[in-house]
Design a protein around this ligand. Structure first.
Ligand SMILES: [Zn+2]
Length: 91
């Protein structure tokens, strides 16, 4: 093995270890978000547009909105968001 191959191998193993660490961190955060959504009384639902599993979250303002299980707004990721806005009026 020449020097370059040795360096490549070290980098590969570093990247693999870092990926593994990040995946574990993402899983931990997703589990935290799922618990938090349960605690705030988020209601599981299915998006009427794209049929994705989502949760309805009621904000302290009184408004409700669909969120993905990772906590992001479903309105910003749903491919049918435009129809949704049209049908239900801008929230
Ligand atoms: Zn959707």
């Amino acid at each position: 093995m020449n020097e370059l191959e040795a360096v490549d191998k070290i980098i590969d193993s570093f990247v693999a270890a870092e990926n593994k660490r990040l995946m574990a961190e993402v899983e931990r955060l997703q589990a935290n978000i799922a618990r938090l959504l349960q605690l705030v009384g988020a209601r599981p639902a299915v998006c009427s547009g794209c049929k994705a599993n989502v949760v309805w979250v009621r904000y302290s303002s009184g408004k409700s909105a669909m969120h993905n299980h990772d906590g992001s707004s479903h309105f910003s990721t749903c491919p049918f968001a435009k129809d949704f806005r049209h049908k239900h009026g801008a929230a």
